[in-house]
Design a protein around this ligand. Structure first.
Ligand code: ADP
Ligand code: MG
Length: 287
């Protein structure tokens, strides 16, 4: 009977570390032809490290210290890497009025001076000129009281399994693999090129990601479904909007895991190809 077949499919998936929250999601999965990935933590490790400190109007030590104070309250992987690179205890009483600007960076007072650190968009918002840095990595600009102090480069490794995952998905007949990211275009294109992603949209704010997925949904061929794969708190609205939301279980935020229809416990994007095979096999048995 139908419920038994679907139970078998869900059971088979769960033995491979793929949690499917309902039989209807296996049905949708077999019709997926477009897979949209969030970059950070999904295709990349989400484990960042500071690979360069470039002061312009400061000493390198002072620049790193300021950046660490600025990021002390942020849970973003970029922030944690900066605090780790600093490596000394933080005196919390020096930090006031901390504010995280989603997809851009942070604004905060350190020692009574206003600090902004994040991407070029954030600098623009404060009317601060910053150099366009040509480096592979995420560039974090630092400005204090409206003065540009310098930049840090933060690098994130691509997951070892990402390239094979994209290849397997292509072999499974996925027409379009897409990557969305708030990160800068050069990093995005370098990552996409290395793993074989078809389409890249970079420098997106969280709300831009929702909009981009809506555009892609509107352009889908009749009867074909779109899946979104993400891990961040910011990804929850996109996970909810896609035909099928897939979260990374290990690194994923609670919000993402809750909003998702399918959870990949192994944090391996290749598990998605396995899930597609299971969904097709289940469907073939049901017919
Ligand atoms: P992704 O879309 O790759 O998951 P996010 O949306 O989390 O990335 O962040 C997009 C960009 O915003 C980052 O690449 C970085 O430039 C900036 N950013 C976000 N949070 C912070 C932070 N706490 N400190 C500095 N920059 C940040
Ligand atoms: Mg993210």
């Amino acid at each position: 009977s139908i419920p038994l077949g679907l139970f078998a499919g869900i059971g088979g998936a769960s033995r491979q570390g793929i949690l499917v929250k309902g039989g209807n999601f296996l049905e949708i999965l077999k019709d997926v032809d477009t897979i949209v990935f969030d970059k950070t933590g999904t295709l990349t490790e989400g484990k960042f490290s500071v690979t360069r400190i470039q002061p312009v109007h400061a000493e390198a030590d002072a620049l790193l210290e300021l950046a660490a104070y600025g990021e002390a309250y942020s849970t973003h992987p970029i922030a944690r890497s900066i605090v780790a690179a600093y490596g000394k205890p933080i005196e919390n009483q020096k930090i006031r009025n901390y504010q995280e600007i989603s997809g851009q960076g942070v604004e905060v007072e350190v020692d009574g001076r206003r600090l902004a650190l994040g991407n070029a968009k954030l600098m623009q918002k404060h009317g601060i000129d910053c150099p366009s840095v040509d480096e592979i990595g995420t560039i974090i600009h630092v400005a204090q009281e409206g003065e540009y102090l310098g930049w840090l480069v933060i690098s994130d490794g691509i997951k070892k399994t990402s390239k094979a995952a994209i290849r397997q998905l292509k072999q499974a007949g996925i027409r379009n693999t897409v990557m969305l990211t708030g990160d800068n275009r050069s990093v995005a294109e370098a990552v996409a090129g290395q793993i074989g992603i078809d389409t890249v949209y970079a420098q997106l704010l969280p709300q831009d990601k929702v909009e981009q997925v809506e555009k892609l949904l509107a352009a889908q061929p009749e009867g074909k479904k779109l899946a979104f794969v993400g891990d961040g708190i910011n990804d929850a609205p996109v996970l909810a909007r896609a035909d099928l939301g897939v979260a990374m279980g290990g690194v994923g935020s609670d919000a993402a895991i809750e909003a998702a229809d399918i959870v990949l416990m192994k944090d391996d994007p290749a598990a998605l190809a396995t899930a597609i095979q299971i969904s097709r096999k289940t469907h073939a048995i049901l017919r």
